[in-house]
Design a protein around this ligand. Sequence first.
Ligand SMILES: *Cc1c(COP(=O)(O)O)cnc(C)c1O
Length: 455
Amino acid sequence: MTAADTADTIAAPPLGGPSLPQERRVVTSIPGPRSQELLARKAAAVAAGVGHTAPIEAVAAGGGVVVDADGNSLIDLGSGIAVTTVGNAHPKVVEAVQAQVAQFTHTCFMISPYESYVAVAEALNRITPGDHEKKSALFNSGAEAVENAVKIARKFTKKQAVVAFDHGYHGRTNLTMALTAKSMPYKSGFGPFASEIYRAPLSYPFRDGLSGPDAAKRAISVIEKQVGADNLAAVIIEPIQGEGGFIVPADGFLPALAEWCRANGVVFIADEIQTGFARTGAMFASEGFGVVPDLITTAKGIAGGLPLAAVTGRAEIMDASHAGGLGGTYGGNPVACAAALASIDVFESENLSQRAREVGEILVSRLTAMQAGDPRIGDVRGRGAMVAAELVDPATGDPDAALTAAVAKECIARGVIVLTCGTHGNVIRFLPPLSIGDDLLNEGLDVLAEVLAAA
Ligand SMILES: *Cc1c(COP(=O)(O)O)cnc(C)c1O
């Protein structure tokens, strides 16, 4: 190796996982020079429609940090949108993936079935709410799971209409764009959208002040008048709206809706793609609201970062489709299934629901303390480690999207990855990996407090 080579040699990136130093370390401005180089290549090579939140080149992640190519170590309060709930590069996930990838990477489950797919289905049937007989089918992405839940509900009920809610987010494919409420950026210019989709009003206590039963009455009235149970195959709802602003419905809203669905031959689908897998302090958020969905869609946190999704639900509904009606080339890929089995083991053996509640207590107590001295924080809400602060104009209560964007941007510049959400773009959401330590979480919130104070 010549001296010139040595000078140019980039230190090998550190291995990810929990052995990464658990620290916030900002050694360049963000983005640093190497990250800027990648972002320039991205701009030239990757379609403009694919955005990014943190302007970095990620090279390793684990515990509660993401490390970039410039040697910065950022506190991760987003988990890649509630995906790496068990922690990035969790050792059990890494081991399971490495073993599987060396054995076989694909056969197509619809050609030559393998055990891990069946074991994931068994695990989902066991851990999802309700003790009725259940079955599952596996897919690649959340949107694909939602599409299939709708297919299954239509086939079972022999009806076509589907009701989704204000502020709902269900994906970016054609049917799921139709189900999603927010036009910009998810739908604008991408129509025409799938037909027979209707929208009902949500329970949004901070904005509507309605009790759960009253909000349910309002929604059911809209559904009965504008659609009619005779035409309605399914109602799909996120127990807590994710992209829509971490909106926690008032108590009694979801049970009343589920009860109406049961009484009217309508399939109640809980989209737990963001809320599932210990995130809200229970394995599934539905449990916390006292509802047992007919079908539940899962993805995101299911497999420690590998792409996998599922529909799980009542056996008689799940079995409504003829053979060959459900599936896909990659659905339930063996490497993703190995990662899911390892992740589900971690959720249970490390009692991550309990950890989510502890993380949530820190988040809520710190944010409510900030709110006490800052009228721009209109609402602090969430369940478990799915917590948000809604930022408003103190004089009018109107959403303050500009402040929200500025705060998130400055947090990232100071080495803390925070995400925003909300129909009005005025919600800062916290979805830390449950492998984050208390100290790091508190340091991230210290940075947020400094940034808010300066904003
Ligand atoms: C992310 C998300 C989806 C879409 O999942 P993808 O894997 O991005 O297709 C659907 N529903 C909810 C509630 C989500 O949070």
